[in-house]
Design a protein around this ligand. Structure first.
Ligand code: BG6
Length: 296
C-alpha cells in the first residue's frame, strides 16, 4: 500500500486501488473510494476544514456525549456531540498485512490518538477526566472498519457515549431505504424524543428524519439499499444503537456548512452506544467497532 502523511490528512491506497483519507481534525475519515474511484462518503462542498467547526461529512467521531448534553451531568458544559470531532488528533502509525503475499488481500490499518493533554483548555475544563482514545481505520478491498478504543487513564470513573457518524453518499435519497430495523423501538428526535416502534422493514427517507434505534443486535447488518441491492451494510461490535438522520429541506437551509440541496445525496447511519451512559472505571478500557461493506 502507499501512504502519504500530509499536513492535515493521512491518505492510504491499496494495490487494488481502494483508498481512504483521514483528516487529523476529528480523525474524521473524509474520503473512502472503491477501486473504480467511486467515492462512498458524503462531504458537503460547504464543509469547513480549517478546524473552527466539526467537518460536515465523512465519519466524525462522537465522544463523550451524543447530541446536546443533558443538564446536571459531567458532560453538561460540552458542545453537542462532544469534543473528539473538533480536536486535532495525532497519527500513531500504520500497519499493513498481506495474506500469503496475495495482492488482493492487502489491508492497511491507520491508528490515531487523542488524549486529555491534547484537547483545548476549554474542553479540559468542561470535562476534566484523564482519558486516551485510539481510533483505528482499517481499509480492505471489500470493507472499511473503524474502531474506537476508550481508555480511562485516571482513577475516577467517567460516563461516556460513543457514536460513529457515517455520512454515506447516495445517488438519490428518495430511492434508498434502510433495512433490518423492523420491530425495533426508536426515539424520534423530530417529535420531542417520543418512543415509537418501527413497523417497516425498509425505511424510506421522505422528510426530516432523526431517529435513534435502540437495542439493536450488532451482528445483524443494517443496510442502505437501492433497488433491492445493498449500497452499504454495517455490522457492529459493542455498538447497540443506530441513529438514522437526514435533515431534509428546512434543516438543510439552517446549517451554514451544508448546501441547500445536499440532503438529496446523503444519509447518515450512525452506529453508537448512546442509549445509556457507558461507565468506565479508572484503568479500564472499552472498544466499539463498525465494519462497513460497500456495494461490490
Ligand atoms: C445526528 C443527530 O446524529 O447528528 C441530529 O441525531 C443532529 O439530531 C445531527 O442534528 C447533526 O449534528 P451536528 O451537531 O453535526 O449538526
Amino acid at each position: 500500500p502507499t501512504i502519504a502523511i500530509n499536513e492535515n490528512t493521512v491518505d492510504a491506497k491499496l494495490p487494488t486501488g481502494e483508498s481512504v483519507s483521514v483528516h487529523l481534525f476529528g480523525a474524521t475519515v473524509v474520503s473512502w473510494k472503491l477501486a473504480d474511484g467511486e467515492e462512498q462518503l458524503f462531504v458537503s462542498s460547504k464543509a469547513i476544514l480549517n478546524g473552527s467547526k466539526a467537518i460536515r461529512g465523512g465519519i466524525p467521531v462522537v465522544f463523550p456525549v451524543f447530541g446536546p448534553p443533558p443538564p446536571n451531568h459531567a458532560t453538561s458544559s460540552l458542545p453537542q456531540h462532544g469534543f473528539a470531532r473538533s480536536s486535532t488528533w495525532e497519527f500513531l502509525g500504520k500497519s499493513s498485512s498481506e495474506s500469503l503475499g496475495k495482492k488482493a488481500d492487502t489491508t492497511i490499518k491507520l491508528d490515531f490518538g487523542l488524549s486529555s493533554s491534547m484537547i483545548s483548555e476549554d474542553f479540559r475544563r468542561a470535562w476534566p477526566y484523564e482519558f486516551g482514545l485510539v481510533y483505528s481505520v482499517t481499509l480492505s478491498p471489500d470493507r472499511l472498519e473503524t474502531s474506537l478504543q476508550v481508555q480511562n487513564k485516571g482513577s475516577q470513573p467517567f460516563d461516556f457515549h460513543v457514536l460513529l457518524h457515517n455520512y454515506f453518499k447516495v445517488p438519490d435519497v428518495s430511492k434508498i431505504s434502510v433495512t433490518n430495523l423492523q420491530n425495533k423501538t426508536y426515539t424520534d428526535k423530530t417529535e420531542k424524543g417520543q418512543q415509537k416502534q418501527e413497523t417497516s422493514n425498509a425505511i424510506a427517507i421522505t422528510g426530516s428524519t432523526d431517529r435513534v434505534y435502540l437495542d439493536i443486535d450488532p451482528t445483524v447488518p443494517v443496510s442502505v439499499v437501492e433497488n433491492g441491492k445493498p449500497l452499504f451494510s454495517i455490522t457492529r461490535e459493542g455498538l447497540n444503537t443506530v441513529t438514522v438522520w437526514n435533515p431534509w429541506v428546512e434543516n438543510a437551509k439552517n446549517m451554514i456548512d451544508f448546501g441547500d440541496e445536499d440532503y438529496k445525496g446523503m444519509v447518515c447511519v450512525e452506529p453508537g452506544a448512546v442509549k445509556n451512559w457507558q461507565v468506565l472505571e479508572g484503568g479500564d478500557a472499552w472498544e466499539g467497532t463498525q465494519t462497513i461493506k460497500p456495494r461490490l
